[in-house]
Design a protein around this ligand. Structure first.
Ligand SMILES: Cc1ncc(COP(=O)(O)O)c(C=O)c1O
Length: 400
């Protein structure tokens, strides 16, 4: 293991440069092609490009699984230069790929290594392991699976684990000796990343023990399948395994509401704030959908409240479809509703203030008030505004 990478994405980069160093060491430095399935997280191709690799995309079939024949074809086509495959297991579609061992075998047969993206280890710990499916390297997002708080963008940790043949190449450090004999350059400033927060994962594993971490995985999957069972009558669930179950997460399809009610996934995410919830992942891995990944840590009451909120929102969409509220003025397109708005002297909407801000009985007892309405999502990302004061203003300040 190398504890150096500070995030899953940095773990990906670290794992890929380790693989490249391994190929170099065997006189195969020309191996520079990485196969990445369509369903992959955006960090996979980004890390691959940073590591100097050429990305070849592998198709997924209608069930969201890697298209085995396309994978085999591309592995053979690029046999000479194949570096590796990056694969997430269970997939970002929330399904255990039935063909995973054939997938990894096809890569090995063509001289490549297998990088397993461990973002979904919450559905593996104690039940299976990366080595069992034929992975050579994987990262662990400790902030996802091993209890480091995930809020506010970090800090997280993305240590990598490697099979024995890759251990000599684990990241080194110029000041504190660490990593393998032929280690790649450091991928982070500190030898063991954000070492202090590793203690949280250490404590979590120590306290739960072997059976406890397995139970956590089982509960995470039970929670996901419970939510799926409650919500699939209201929102289509995009992908399932052959027995109709999901792994530890599922994708709720919200795309059909646009045409009939002019409601999109962002409206649903914003409306969830009125119900007191931070929305689950929006638009990944499929645009226009919500991906719900409850983990083992939510109690049943909270999961039920979330399901109740989602079902209530579905009814609100129905009210728009039935014409009770217009497509232009309804609780969804105007969400979230702030305290300022709800307490203003003037209320211009066709629905009541009560409906806007206390949409469910349990909201009243524990109301979360969003402080602002919508900041235009993508516009802000695409149109950067410099907020630094200009130099002149410093001069003026000095004069004062
Ligand atoms: C499948 C997958 N891979 C990689 C990452 C990147 O991990 P991190 O956010 O720790 O950099 C994520 C993050 O959500 C993910 O879901």
């Amino acid at each position: 293991m190398s504890l150096q990478p500070n995030s899953g994405a940095q773990g990906e980069y670290a794992g890929l440069v380790v693989i490249q160093k391994y190929h170099n060491d065997r006189g195969q430095s020309h191996r520079n092609v990485v196969l990445i399935p369509q369903s992959a997280h955006g960090t996979n191709p980004a890390s691959a490009v940073l590591a100097g690799l050429k990305v070849v995309v592998v198709k997924c079939d209608d069930d969201g699984n890697i298209d085995l024949s396309d994978l085999r074809l591309k592995a053979e086509q690029h046999q000479e230069n194949l570096s590796c495959l990056m694969v997430t297991y269970p997939s970002t579609h929330g399904v255990y790929e039935e063909n995973i061992k054939q997938i990894t075998a096809a890569i090995h047969a063509n001289g490549g290594q297998v990088y397993m993206d461990g973002a979904n280890m919450n559905a593996q710990v104690g039940l299976t392991c990366p080595a069992l499916i034929g992975a050579d390297v994987c990262h662990l997002n400790l902030h996802k699976t091993f209890a480091i708080p995930h809020g506010g963008g970090g800090p997280g940790m993305g240590p990598i684990g490697v099979a024995e043949h890759l251990a000599p190449f684990l990241p080194s450090h110029t000041v504190v000796p660490t990593g393998g004999r032929k280690g790649v350059n450091a991928v982070a400033a500190a030898p063991w990343g954000s070492a202090l927060i590793l203690l949280i994962s250490y404590g979590y594993i120590k306290m739960l023990g072997k059976t406890g971490v397995q139970r956590a995985t089982e509960i995470a999957m039970l929670n996901a399948n419970y939510i799926k069972a409650r919500l699939e009558k209201h929102y289509p669930v995009l992908y399932k395994g052959k027995n109709g179950f999901c792994a530890h997460e599922m994708i709720l399809d919200c795309r059909a509401f646009k045409a009939v009610a002019n409601v999109d996934v962002t409206d649903i995410a914003k409306r969830l704030m009125d119900y007191g919830f931070h929305a689950p992942t929006v638009a990944f891995p499929v645009a226009g959908t919500l991906m719900v990944e409850p983990t083992e840590s939510e109690p049943l009451e909270e999961i039920d409240r979330f399901c109740d909120a989602m079902i209530a929102i579905r009814h609100e969409i129905m009210e728009v479809i039935n014409g009770e509220y217009s497509k232009e003025d309804n609780m969804l397109v105007n969400a979230p509703h702030t305290a300022l708005e709800a307490t203003a002297d003037e209320w211009k909407h066709s629905y009541s203030r009560q409906k806007a801000v206390f949409p469910a009985p349990w909201v009243a007892g524990n109301k979360f008030w969003p402080s602002v309405k919508r900041v235009d999502n993508a516009y802000g990302d695409r149109n950067l505004v410099c907020t630094c004061p200009d130099v002149l203003s410093y001069e003026n300040a000095e004069a004062i």
